[in-house]
Every structure is written in structure tokens, then in C-alpha cells.
Write a protein that binds this ligand. Sequence first.
Ligand code: ATP
Ligand code: MG
Length: 284
Amino acid sequence: KGFPRYDEITNYGESLGHGSFTRNFKGFKTDIRDGEKHVTPVFLKELDVVHKNCWESFFEAASLMSQISHKHLILVYGVSVLGVKNIMVQEFVECGALDLYLKRRRSVSVSWKLDVAKQLASALNFLEEKNIVHGNICAKNLLLAREDDPSQGSSPFIKLSDPGISVPMLVILDRIPWVAPELLDAPEKLTLDCDKWSFGATVWEIFNNGNTPLLGWDLDKKRQFYESSQQLPPSQWTELADLVNQCMDYQADFRPSCRSIIRQLNSLITSGNHVHHSLTVNEY
Ligand code: ATP
Ligand code: MG
């Protein structure tokens, strides 16, 4: 698959703010297929000049995502290079990041949240089958392609974004509680089990209305959190709390398989009525 050339990208200009290592823009990708011109809106991530030494990792993230295709994974077209600029070109996802969405709309139903968790689990399962580690699963890296449309009977639709660049130690501490604890001692030992931990933390975020866990904690306090094997405050929904706990097990090989995660999420749905009632009371 060829990487898009810079001259195929137009409207490179409308700024959409910053990522951790990128400046983001909206643009359009033009290509000719079967003699016809196709214009597609795209999301452009330009690697910050201050992080330009991370270009290898940036390319790795792009190539990881562009080699696989799944409905709940963001479509990455490639990296466009213009002189010193490295620009990741990806599909434009309409409603932006999930954490921000949940914070904006405080009263999303439990079944909506469950749908989102199940979609993420299916993406995780796909990656597990392919033996591909993502490395940066969190609610801010889940993008919402469709809110939902009750009149059409349709549910939300999410896509897991690219992992971004792999980070040095200092930033790893900042990624507590999403980063698997075993990575603190050996950041290079990123495995499928690490994604399970991050999945647990992400499910926690989803069911806590996008609230950031351990918000405002300094890096020392965060490190101590892991060193004393602590857990995030459990959900009152015990079956859900149990699933999060299984994923966020300090012993990596005790974490459940994706198959087990999906089975547990499905069983949550069947007992959904009771839960729906008891949770919404707390949410308002
Ligand atoms: P990281 O570099 O660690 O991934 P980040 O997730 O904060 O950091 P980005 O992935 O660049 O940074 O995302 C920044 C914001 O841009 C998101 O919060 C989201 O609202 C928006 N965004 C990201 N990707 C897309 C996309 N493909 N389509 C539409 N909006 C997007
Ligand atoms: Mg991101």
C-alpha cells in the first residue's frame, strides 16, 4: 500500500489542536480511482518538531495500523513526508475522542457503555488473534464514529486510534493507571497481557463517565499506587468491578483471555435490567 503524497492532501490548515506528540489538522485526500476523482476527509497528525527524534516510533505506529483492518480500528492511510514534516494521514472520525464525549454528556446509558466496551473487546480479540500488541489503549484513544440514533435503533460505534509513539520512563509513569505495572521495570516488555490491563482501565473510564482515574496525582504518588498493588475504586456493579479487577491483575498471566472478556461482557447484558436501574440512580 503506497503512502499518500503530500500533493494529494488538500486543505492542510484547519487546526484541530494538539496530541501528546503531534499537531493535528483536518484535511482532504484526493485520489483518482477508475478515472474518477474521490475526495475523502482525513485527520492529519503532524509529528512535533521537538519530538522529531521519535519519527521511527511514529512510523511504526502508522505502519502497525495500516497493515491491519478491522471495523473498530482506525484506518491509517500512511505517513506523508514533506521535507522535515512527518504527517500521519488517517480516517476522519466525526465525534472525536470518547473521554471528552462522556465528560460532555454525563448521562449516557449503561447499555451504551456496554456496547462500547464490547466493541473495544472485539478489537482487542482481533489484535490478540493476530498477536499484535497495541500498547496505548485508553478512552482518549477511542474515537466515536457515531453517537447513536435511537430512531434508527442504532448503537454507538467506536474505533481504536493509533498508539502514538512509544514513550520514555517519565511519560510511562504519567500513563499510570493505563500502563501495565510490569512495564515500569521493563518498558520493552510490551505484551498482549499489557493491553488487557489497559483494557481494564479503559472500561473503568467508560463506566465512570470519562472521568480520568488518579487525576491530579503526581508521578511519585502514582508510582506508589503500583508499588503497593492498589486498585481503582470498584464499580458498585459487582460483576463489572470483577471484570475490571481480572484485567488489572498485577500478575500478568492471570489476566483473562479476550474470549473470556467477551463472554463476561455478554453475560452482563443478560442481567442488564437490574443494573441499568441501580446505576442510573447514581449517575444523576
Ligand atoms: P497520543 O499522542 O498519546 O495519542 P492524544 O490521544 O491526546 O495523544 P491524538 O491522538 O492526536 O492525541 O488526539 C487528539 C484529539 O484529536 C483527540 O482527543 C480527538 O478528539 C481528536 N482526534 C484524534 N484522532 C482523530 C481522528 N482520526 N478523527 C477525528 N478526530 C480525531
Ligand atoms: Mg491518541
